[in-house]
Design a protein around this ligand. Structure first.
Ligand code: FES
Length: 324
């Protein structure tokens, strides 16, 4: 059943402990049938409880829209989303979700595709592996984890026809990580591509190694979990935001993000990740210089200063005029 903004109510068909911290969830339409189609690498918004919205990648084969499969790692010190997913999404429960979004997609590259996963970052790459196998593409999935106790979706991998293309590496930090990467990333060829998902420090090391091995920057496609939160220093960095369409001015103090100030003033803008990675809150800048803290916009877009993500970004100038 579709909700007001194209959201859907789905039923939790199956919950499974993949590891001591990771659970997989199979979500299916409440009344049978199929869910909206998606491409490998897609994610959905999930609303595990009122007022809480989180994004999770789809794990399953895009050819199968009878369900969506998610993998969620419980983060004890997280913002509460994974705990709510683990405690509330029990078999038979219903939950509201959004339609698939595609910020991380396979290209039509004709060379090798190297899928590099750090921990729970394996989830979108599993969907990609299934899509690449279906098109008979040349690919490898390299799955990095702290230990074999932390490997999720082993059932899916071992029962697949592409299991021999999966390589396991234990250790998510240098020097073990660098040694493995030196071997995997040696000799890039034309039209090869790297698809990368995992914690930010893992991705930084992979990108550094790829650069050293001679991979062109454009050959790396990546998905971030979250941007580094901006350092908010009390008493430093306050600025004024003018909302051009509404003709109002708001003071953004040094310890609050712009979206919080907007909400307090009764101005709701659409958000999703609130972590600077999804682009949902993208807003046009009419005047002033944004301080970009997101991982969504490209370097060129950052430089142009015409768009910003008010969930994490701030202002370098004392005054910012937004198209709101
Ligand atoms: S809400 Fe996702 S980038 Fe702002």
């Amino acid at each position: 059943m579709a909700g007001e903004a194209g959201e859907l109510e789905v039923i939790v068909k199956r919950v499974r402990a993949e590891t001591s911290e990771i659970r997989s969830f199979v979500l299916a339409p409440v009344n049978g049938g199929a869910l909206p189609p998606f491409e490998a690498g897609a994610h959905i918004d999930v609303y595990p409880m009122p007022g809480l919205q989180r994004q999770y990648s789809l794990v399953n084969d895009p050819a199968d829209c009878s369900c969506y499969v998610l993998g969620v790692k419980r983060e004890e010190n997280g913002r509460g989303g994974s705990n709510a997913m683990h405690s509330r999404l029990t078999e038979g429960a219903t939950v509201r979700i959004g339609r698939p979004k595609h910020n991380f997609a396979l290209r039509q590259n004709r060379g090798r595709s190297l899928l590099l996963a750090g921990g729970i970052g394996v989830t979108p790459l599993l969907s990609m592996a299934q899509a690449l196998a279906a098109r008979d593409a040349d690919f490898q999935l390299h799955y990095f984890a702290r230990s074999n106790q932390e490997l999720a979706f082993q059932d899916l991998i071992t029962k697949s026809a592409w299991g021999e293309r999966v390589f396991y590496h234990f250790g998510l930090v240098p020097p073990l990580l660098n040694d493995a990467l030196d071997e995997i990333l040696s000799s890039p060829a034309e039209d090869d591509a790297i698809y990368l998902c995992g914690p930010n420090p893992f991705m930084d090391v992979v990108r550094g190694s790829a650069e050293e091995a001679g991979w062109p920057a454009g050959s790396i496609v990546l998905e971030h979990f979250s941007a580094e939160p901006p350092k908010l220093e009390p008493g430093k960095g306050e600025f004024v935001v003018r909302l051009a369409k509404r003709g109002i001015e708001l003071l953004v103090p040094s310890d609050k993000p712009i979206i919080e100030v907007l909400r307090e003033a009764g101005v709701e803008i659409k958000t999703s990740c609130e972590q600077g990675v999804c682009g949902t809150c993208l807003t046009q800048v009419i005047e002033g210089e944004p301080e970009h803290n997101d991982l969504y916009l490209t370097d060129e877009e950052h430089e142009s200063g015409r768009l910003m993500t008010p969930c994490v970004s701030r202002a370098k100038s004392k005054f910012l005029v937004l198209d709101l």
